[in-house]
Design a binder for this molecule. Sequence first.
Ligand SMILES: Nc1ncnc2c1ncn2[C@@H]1O[C@H](COP(=O)(O)OP(=O)(O)OP(=O)(O)O)[C@@H](O)[C@H]1O
Ligand SMILES: [Mg+2]
Length: 260
Amino acid sequence: MNDSKSKSEYILEVRGIKKSFGGLRALKSVDLGLKYNEVLAIVGDNGAGKSTLVKAFSGAVIPDEGKIYIDGEEVKIKNPQDAIKLGIQMSYQDLALVDCLNISTNLFMGREICYKFLGMNFLRLKKMSLEAKGHLESLGIRTIGNINEKVRNLSGGQRQVIAISRSVFWGNKIIILDEPTGALGVRESKKVLDLIKTLKSKNISVIIISHNLNHVFSIADRIVVLRHGEKVGEKEIKDTDGDEVVKMITGAEFAGKELK
Ligand SMILES: Nc1ncnc2c1ncn2[C@@H]1O[C@H](COP(=O)(O)OP(=O)(O)OP(=O)(O)O)[C@@H](O)[C@H]1O
Ligand SMILES: [Mg+2]
């Protein structure tokens, strides 16, 4: 995708994004760029504005000011459908899956393969199962078990893996994950982190919000720190460490200064 036709070093970029909720300034003119084939981590304390920022990309929040660019071209994202059409998919942990349906049906939700018989639509369940299985295998996911298993019987980590897999099922190039390992144990988190590495190897660009700096350091290429609605730091992962990031998050040593 990052070929000679690309006009920007960023697949996704925002400039001057501002958002207030009543008198509360959740985002105070933030600039952010996601590079092609990059895993970008956004970190910051509770209430720093991380979720509000990424919701502007997914159409869940409409900014008061600011511009959004994809491949260097300005785009308008007014609702989640706009974002999806532009290839941006946000993955939430539980919200996205339907418990009483199986893995395959969940992957195909909203885009089911059907055939018509006597004027009625029927699902091509076998075809969907086979395609779903192939998709999960292509992402290196073999541990989930039966593709016809009901989602309610899966663990939190398995559900998260399925939710993320669905995000990339439809050819999306930008995946946004808001605390994908927030509720998971060590082994389950590892599965999710491994999947994010696989996405990167498939040329997908990922934004991940996380409070877990170990997770961030294990998968991200770059890290952006928000504090009180402002970007206070931006570093290549290889050029920073946990101590520095914690200081940026809390403002302990760098209050009022921008680190670059
Ligand atoms: N819909 C809303 N209405 C009113 N205030 C909101 C709304 N959404 C967010 N806020 C406020 O905006 C600020 C930023 O919230 P946001 O959810 O973006 O923080 P966050 O960095 O994601 O925090 P956390 O790590 O706790 O998820 C907070 O003070 C929050 O209370
Ligand atoms: Mg949040």
